[in-house]
Design a protein around this ligand. Structure first.
Ligand code: PLP
Length: 402
């Protein structure tokens, strides 16, 4: 007879065959038990034919990976503990000492900071290109260039590049391109099939997605994904992922699996409210410029129109405004402080609206030619009633800038 504490651990319960609930189970494991020593030696996690260790995958993470492949039109997926970890996974896997990475000047800030920090320290150089000028990208690709980052729309300033043209430049020059697809989320456009009907398809090599944003939807999970359509490229990324040990926990994976079925509805709703608020802001004299790719005079609008779904659900929940130079930083800060529903906070994609004032001059190599001079504030529109959000903006404008 075994001791009580032993039987408590070696419990006999197995879920019954035929328990087909809509939501997948949460399988939590570091250890995975092998039936025999031979199995221990032969099981291989790399092709998902077996489970070997929690870090290498569980039924919960494999299910999430499959669903994200479906969302983005990819074939293989890796999960990382944050969007930034997913970005770092790509860089650390593909770049070696002496290599160069090209990053759009409007990229997600921490991607640039990673290049300035760890990558520089390891002898990997970087240059920034103007994402609104494919010729600039073409001119900057050199013999050491191994990776080009893409982002659509651009971080904070939301200008929309000619993504097809940028990808064509990379293909022509034989350089891998990775898209930060957090804004499009797999819903606004198909990253691996940018021009439907073309054969072979025109698409990025890698799509990185901060699942922290729309897939999670709750503002309560940090996770990222790295999706590909090329098995050997995936394997390269996966070996780095394994060596770094950057797997994700089952509870977090379950939180994303739970939120995915409502993602398209939420994205559409964020989009609708954001277009409405951005259009209203255009009528206000307080702003020198309103940035949102679906607005006809926003930078890159024609590229957005050519690539993205035109109906609601083709643009995310972000827009930015530029206050004219006559406004002091203190006045702009007072406006942000006066907002009650838009909370001061980073990230986006959750139910609560957020606002961040940015020091744009410190974030770009130069002031972009397509932007008015002034002070930029970015809004992330949540799921509150749009009438309440508009009143909040109006009240803050009138109380802080009177
Ligand atoms: C938030 C974000 C990331 C990083 O995601 P985290 O999970 O917060 O690390 C990367 N890219 C873009 C465009 C983002 O908005």
């Amino acid at each position: 007879m075994t001791e009580l504490n032993t039987t408590l651990i070696h419990h006999p319960y197995h879920p019954p065959e035929g328990f087909a609930a809509p939501q997948p189970g949460v399988f939590k494991a570091s250890t995975v038990i092998f039936p025999t020593v031979a199995a221990m030696r032969n099981f291989d996690w790399k092709d998902k034919s077996a489970y070997t260790y929690g870090l290498h995958g569980t039924p919960t993470t494999y299910t999430l990976e499959e669903r994200l492949c479906t969302l983005e039109g990819g074939l293989q997926c890796l999960l990382a503990p944050s969007g930034l970890a997913a970005i770092a996974n790509v860089a650390l896997s593909l770049l070696r000492c002496g290599d160069e990475v090209l990053i759009p000047d409007n990229a997600y800030g921490p991607n640039k900071v990673l290049a300035q920090g760890e990558l520089m320290g390891w002898g990997i150089s970087h240059r920034y290109y103007n994402p609104m000028d494919a010729q600039d990208l073409a001119a900057k690709i050199g013999p050491q260039t191994r990776l080009v980052w893409l982002e659509a729309a651009g971080s904070v300033t939301l200008e929309f590049p000619d993504l097809r043209q940028l990808v064509r430049v990379c293909k022509d020059r034989g350089v891998l391109c990775a898209l930060d697809n957090t804004w499009g989320a797999g819903l606004a456009f198909a990253p691996f099939d940018l021009q439907p009907g073309l054969s072979p398809a025109l698409g990025v090599d890698i799509s990185v997605h901060a699942l922290t944003k729309y897939p999670s939807g709750g503002g309560d999970v940090l996770m990222g994904s790295v999706i590909t359509r090329d098995a050997s490229l995936h394997m390269k990324l996966k070996l780095t992922h394994m060596r770094l040990g950057t797997g994700v926990g089952a509870n977090d994976a379950e939180a994303v699996l739970r939120a995915l079925p409502s993602m398209a509805l939420r994205y559409r709703s964020h989009d609708e409210a954001t277009r409405s608020l951005a259009t209203w802001c255009q009528t206000r004299a307080e702003f020198a410029q309103v940035l949102h790719p679906a607005l006809p005079d926003s930078p890159g609008h024609a590229h957005w129109q050519a690539l993205c779904k035109q109906e609601l659900g083709g643009a995310a929940g972000l827009f930015s405004v530029i206050f004219p130079v006559q406004r002091s930083q203190a006045q702009v800060d007072a406006f942000c402080n006066a907002l009650k529903l838009f909370k001061l906070g980073y990230s986006w994609g959750g139910p609560m609206s957020l606002v961040v004032p940015y020091d744009l001059a410190s974030m770009r190599t130069g002031w972009p030619a397509h932007l008015q001079q002034g002070t930029l504030v970015r809004f992330s529109v949540g799921l509150e009633a749009v009438t309440d959000l508009q009143s909040d903006l109006q009240h803050a404008l009138e109380s802080a800038l009177a």
